[in-house]
Design a protein around this ligand. Sequence first.
Ligand SMILES: Cc1cc2nc3c(=O)[nH]c(=O)nc-3n(C[C@H](O)[C@H](O)[C@H](O)COP(=O)(O)OP(=O)(O)OC[C@H]3O[C@@H](n4cnc5c(N)ncnc54)[C@H](O)[C@@H]3O)c2cc1C
Length: 404
Amino acid sequence: MKVGIIGGGAAGFFSAMAVKENYPNADVIIFEKSRKVLSKVKISGGGRCNVTNGCTSIPELLKAYPRGGRSLKKVFHVFSTSDTMKWFKSRGVPLVVQDDNCVFPVSQDSQSIIDCFLKECRRLGVQIITHAGINAIKPKAKGLELQFVDDARKPEQFDKVIVTTGGSPTLIGLKWLQELGHKIETPVPSLFTFNMPGEKVRKLMGVVVENAMVAIQGTKLKAQGPLLITHWGMSGPAILKLSAFGARLINETNYHFKFQVNWCNEQRNDVVFNTLQSIAEQSPNKVLANVKPYGLSERLWLFLLEKCELSSRKKWGELGKKGMNKLTNILVNDIYSVDGSSKFREEFVTCGGVSLQSINLNTMESKVCDNLYFAGEVLDIDAITGGYNLQAAWSTGFVAGQLK
Ligand SMILES: Cc1cc2nc3c(=O)[nH]c(=O)nc-3n(C[C@H](O)[C@H](O)[C@H](O)COP(=O)(O)OP(=O)(O)OC[C@H]3O[C@@H](n4cnc5c(N)ncnc54)[C@H](O)[C@@H]3O)c2cc1C
């Protein structure tokens, strides 16, 4: 059996190795269009590669996927986070689970993952061909023919093909798969930071709030976690999570929308009001500048006081109900505007791609083209940060590699 894998990234390597484990006599070839394989794995997790997440509960895991969540259930029952950890450990890559459940190689270097894959491919006999972009798949009476971008290269016949070309930022990049009959969900960015050119809060760049809640006004979309103020706006896990869950909706606003920051992650106004009141009762003669509620940093606290027009020299005991209400409101419901898409990309993934409606999730085989399988980010699957995107690549790659 001859198997072609289109794309030498995370999903491509994982599916190629799975095919060879299942069919040791198969000829397995990875075709990579660029000069280098696994280049995203190399830069992933800031060069450390957040290879998976420590969460082992499948229902919990599914919550990390704004797109694909429920559909991944079947796939995770075959190969999940604990299988990933076993897979790497048994191949000589020890892993460490951080306090935030992100899992990294002990070496803290993504090269360990790449070296492991290259060694496994050598051991199993997977061929890797670079500078080999594919631009068409032609169904034949028996199997599939792959055509190369380079006209000089003759088309090749395969019994089975796995498409692992990763996320495409444009619809045009998915046309060749659409032409085969697959439904395509229009790609839009996910996991981006917020660009806030008109907001004075940017002068606080570098300030981190450990547990904030952010929400898009007029929607039910919200996220919580650490928030980082940057020189262009806001970033950090809470913002990235909100961008992932709101990816389509935000795209529809053309990246012009208002969102709300709850600096103390306490949804009930009365609770915040009471907290402020007890500070006033305990320290009536201290000035506002000197007692910072909810562990807020000095810079942020002074900024918020100025924003709600309260003097930092005012005493807590002089605040009164009106002052308390102003403070409560700014802590719970501080509004900011995003204006334009961010040029500062963090962990950028694509929302959209080949629709899961076109895929049999028991096998990852296409429903519209026999002998053609899919894995990884080319599919309409994406997750928040935390190792979940690579986990989707490993899991779908593993299932596709069964060639069932
Ligand atoms: C900066 C950054 C950091 C990230 N960090 C993390 C992290 O720490 N943890 C995590 O879980 N996720 C992370 N992600 C997301 C994760 O890297 C991706 O979700 C994952 O790499 C997707 O794997 P893939 O194999 O589907 O696609 P890719 O890794 O993108 O691989 C696709 C490959 O196919 C090749 N290709 C494309 N078209 C063709 C063609 N027509 N012919 C031949 N070859 C082709 C491409 O050149 C590429 O090498 C990060 C992403 C970025 C951008």
